[in-house]
Design a protein around this ligand. Structure first.
Ligand code: TMP
Length: 204
């Protein structure tokens, strides 16, 4: 049996990653792969409670980082590792790269502190593949403007998202083997074609 893969989806709010995520998962399932779709912050009962707080309650940037990693620790131990151990692929809508992008890039939490938390939380586990949906910030914000109820992150200004986007691109420069960059400004069909290429490369 081939080793189960751990794949993460990342990008600024409004990049359209959630739409593509469902298609990606359904396509893998249609090819006989057992897939668990999960998300961060969230993915466990405790993680979902922390998500509510994180998305709606004002807090210090470092508190935000600590809560993101606390939710992640629970997620890794109770959901991600057990699934991978039984041969189920795990697709997570965001993981630690989001903390480096949002808390690190966006909020200015020191990268060294985030690296310590990352090491503590999942030192031995990294995604096999991270799909980074990259899009100019103006386009992403245009897409978000149709959304009626924006959370605490989505309400941030353009300069915040410019920093988030840049921090994501920096992660990709640091870990080029793990990242696949998807141009999310393309049409839905073009993005699907890029994802189809990714899937072909993943399947035995
Ligand atoms: P979502 O809207 O993609 O589900 O993500 C929820 C928000 O949480 C999104 O604006 C990004 C933010 N986030 C962080 O700031 N840090 C993190 O570590 C994660 C996982 C998400």
């Amino acid at each position: 049996m081939n080793k189960a893969k751990f794949i993460t989806f990342e990008g600024v709010d409004g990049a359209g990653k959630s739409t593509h995520l469902s298609w990606f998962v359904e396509t893998l399932r249609s090819r006989g792969i057992d897939v668990l779709l999960t998300r961060e912050p969230g993915g466990t009962p405790l993680g979902e409670s922390l998500r509510e707080i994180l998305l709606h309650q004002p807090m210090h940037a470092e508190t935000e980082a600590l809560l993101m990693f606390a939710a992640r620790r629970e997620h890794v131990e109770r959901v991600i590792k057990p699934a991978l151990a039984r041969g189920t692929w795990v697709i997570s809508d965001r993981f630690s790269d989001a903390s480096f992008a949002y808390q690190g890039g966006g909020r200015g939490v020191l990268v060294g502190k985030l690296e310590q938390l990352e090491q503590w939380t999942h030192g031995e586990l990294q995604p096999d593949l991270t799909l980074l949906f990259d899009i100019p910030v103006e386009v992403a914000r245009q897409r978000l403007s149709n959304n009626q109820s924006l959370d605490r992150f989505e309400q941030e200004q353009a300069d915040f998202f410019e920093k988030v986007r840049q921090a994501y691109l920096d992660r990709r420069t640091k870990y080029p083997q793990r990242f696949a960059l998807i141009d999310a400004a393309q049409s839905l069909e073009q993005v699907k074609a890029s994802l189809e290429t990714v899937i072909q490369a993943l399947l035995p």
